[in-house]
Design a protein around this ligand. Sequence first.
Ligand code: NDP
Length: 462
Amino acid sequence: MSQFDYDLFVIGGGSGGVRSARVAASLGKKVAIAEEYRFGGTCVIRGCVPKKLFVYASQFHEHFEDATGYGWTVGETRFDWPSLIAAKDREIARLEGLYRKGLDNAGVEILETRAELTGPHSVRLVKSGKQVTAERIVVAVGGAANPHASLPGHELCISSNEAFHLEQLPRSILIAGGGYIAVEFANIFHGLGVDTTLIYRGAEILSRFDHDMRRGLHEAMEAKGIRILCHDHIQKVTKSAAGNLDVDTINNGRLVVEQVMLALGRDPNTAGLGLEAAGVETNDRGAIVVDAYSRTNVPSIFALGDVTDRVQLTPVAIHEAMCFIETQYRNNPTSPDHDLIATAVFSQPEIGTVGLSEEAAAKKFEEIEVYRAQFRPMKATLSGRAEKMIMKLIVNAADRKVVGAHILGHDAGEMAQLLGITLKAGCTKDDFDRTMAVHPTAAEELVTMYAPSYRVRNGERI
Ligand code: NDP
């Protein structure tokens, strides 16, 4: 008989928490999971999933326009925001139900309450005030949008959380930030007919991506009609008598918009979690510090996903959860592999990427070869849409390994998933060259770029 109430107690019902609880329970462990809001976490409730549904919604006006070139006559069209919100909410409720069912079927005890640590093996259930104990505790409470509390008027601004539930679609919006969320939502709002401006403090959006992707997306967004203000940031937001928001910027004067959305990164959700009581160490960003096996400095407490601020992506949290299970319950020590993570930005056009950008590869290797293709996708020929795709392969000249692959254009995210396998497998450019093309596709460019567009040696383009 165990001295604890549970073998495993999980705090947080998001991607990492649900996966670790469900799999541990299916292995016969006595498991409870506590969630204070809704099961599914950021990804399902207010992140990746509803965002992608919004992306689809925002693309229809271009589909209607493109149809003409293919002989279709599309009648009058109209978009209804409340209908989209209601449909999205139904889908999210369905998915949340599946998450709960999965936990239930595995025998996990579901606790609808906030839970806080009180010691290395103990947790307080806030709703009932009850204390429970567990041999191991997993903290997987995720992150929250950075509220930018030092910005005067920040309370007048929304984050992506509210963007999913706005009662009305605004006529105009200013989005602050140059990362995934800012870029994706700028395209969503613009696609739905909102007058959209993006303001970013740096020289170019998407700071950690390959420069061709950043520049190519910037140009494509501007060509659609999205204003992008780089080298600038918001100084102050005030509400005008007319009900609009007056936004004072450093370099672009005063902008008047209906909504301001801040997308300035996400912070670990650790405040008030009892980490001090349990003796769990955090870093200067408030993230829980873990070792290579997701274990905190307190041996019985583990942390997974965004709360650890390693790589803030759903599949990473799930992978960390599976590694935790392997290590703790399958006697197979496995540390999460954070190398070569394929990822997509669901901008319009999309970016799909894996591995090193040209700039990062040029710093790391003495000589790299850059294979680059820019072309008009076939669909755009008859539609007449002015759009281009960019594909890039970055190759380490010394061993011919493909160390980076970057795509801007339709289905780039889908392609990045498959490219992720090739880079993970250590494929060389010669492997790409001897792969037959699938014709006619856009992806065939990836295996038909035979000669390098240029080389970079010791940081110099030659
Ligand atoms: P990101 O880290 O992607 O971007 C944050 C942006 O805010 C950067 O452009 C950053 O600028 C800027 N910024 C940060 N602080 C300030 C400040 N004080 N003043 C002005 N600008 C500031 O975060 P997001 O919020 O966009 O997304 C959060 C995380 O969620 C991402 O890291 C990503 O991992 C994940 N996500 C993934 C998606 C996907 O996979 N498709 C979609 C959405 C989110 P700078 O670049 O100069 O630092």
